[in-house]
Design a protein around this ligand. Structure first.
Ligand code: ES4
Ligand code: ZN
Length: 326
């Protein structure tokens, strides 16, 4: 078995998937029709053609437009269930799903509708596919601290349905410190804490995620390599990085997968993991990310096994299951 085949066959955890980023164009148009939502694209082909991104913001504009078709609980269920079926085909046995409540509450959708639909899909995934899953509520960092606090407050009746909080959306100009107080409150509530940092932003934002937010994992984090002291600290703490190679390629963080830093991260002793980020927009689900990265970088069987093992080490799965896959 080649390293790429091994990667596809191994059981894995996926830790960095925005569930709204799993909406395929076909489902976007089906939901638009079902819900009577008008889209500024003529059809599936025209929408796909718009997926020529130059940076993070150029993607986010289209991503938020796509999410506008989600109105009812069943829409959130259908979206997540479609993801779980694809994850199952890729040998994902545990998934931690980011969701962006503010994208929906801003359109008048109740946060209970969002969490209810996603939670029901998580239950089905366990019952029908044997996939365990957790939800992670993300705050949109381009919005204010006050809006993040209001979102946390609205989510508290559903506290038992999510294990942690994250920070996503436009990174540049929105350093982690903007959300220090919200994240402190989340930690008091016993929530796990993760944050996007060092995707487009500088190493200082990764330091901020560690020091100001006490992030347990860094989402992306690839720009840590610009700061050797930071790399040493991430290695010392074994802070996981949830890296998303096809995302980095599509958002022009790297020019070519052959230049992707994944191998350098592993060589530096970091707990790096492979993830799909927004698979409907970036050209592939988890195995596509694994296979293309393994082939572009010539990763070995040992490196593939380390990546799969890291995904469980870095997960918030129950401790007994976590130990079983280490
Ligand atoms: C995202 Cl790739 C990426 N970066 C930051 N925020 C996001 N939300 C959805 N995908
Ligand atoms: Zn992301």
């Amino acid at each position: 078995m080649s390293p790429a085949e091994l990667a596809a066959h191994l059981p894995k955890a996926e830790l960095h998937i925005h569930i709204e980023g799993s909406l395929e164009p076909e489902l976007i148009f089906a939901l638009a029709q079902r819900n009577g939502v008008k889209l500024p694209y003529h059809g599936v082909e025209a929408l796909r053609e718009a997926y020529a991104f130059t940076n993070l913001q150029s993607f986010l504009d289209i991503y938020y437009a796509g999410a506008s078709v989600l109105l009812h609980e069943v829409d959130f269920f259908d979206m997540a269930w479609a993801y779980f079926q694809r994850a199952y085909a890729d040998r994902v046995i545990h998934a931690e799903l980011f969701f962006d409540p503010q994208t929906h509450t801003a359109r008048g959708v109740d946060i209970g509708v969002v969490i209810g639909g996603l939670q029901r899909a998580c239950e089905w995934a366990q019952a029908e596919l044997g996939i365990s899953s957790r939800l992670i509520l993300c705050f949109l960092r381009h919005l204010s601290e006050e809006e993040a606090f209001a979102t946390l407050e609205a989510a508290l009746p559903y506290r038992q349905h999510f294990v942690g909080v994250g920070l996503d959306s436009s990174e540049l100009g929105h350093p982690p410190s903007k959300f220090s107080r919200v994240f402190a409150r989340c930690r008091e509530l016993g929530l796990h804490v993760v944050a996007h940092a060092g995707e487009e932003g500088p190493p200082a934002y990764i330091w901020g995620a560690l020091d100001d937010l006490k992030a347990e994992r860094i989402d992306h984090g690839v720009r840590c390599l610009d700061d050797p002291a930071l790399v040493a600290e991430l290695a010392r703490r074994r802070t996981p990085l949830t890296v998303c190679p096809l995302s980095n390629l599509k958002l022009c963080v790297v020019k070519d997968l052959r230049e992707h830093p994944m191998k350098r991260l592993l060589d530096a002793g970091l707990c790096a993991t492979v993830n799909s980020d927004d698979p409907a927009y970036f050209g592939g689900y988890l195995n596509a990310n694994f296979v293309q990265t393994v082939e572009a970088l010539g990763l070995s069987r040992e490196e593939v096994i380390a990546l799969a093992r890291n995904s469980f080490e870095a997960s918030f799965i129950d401790e007994e299951t976590r130990q079983r896959y280490l």
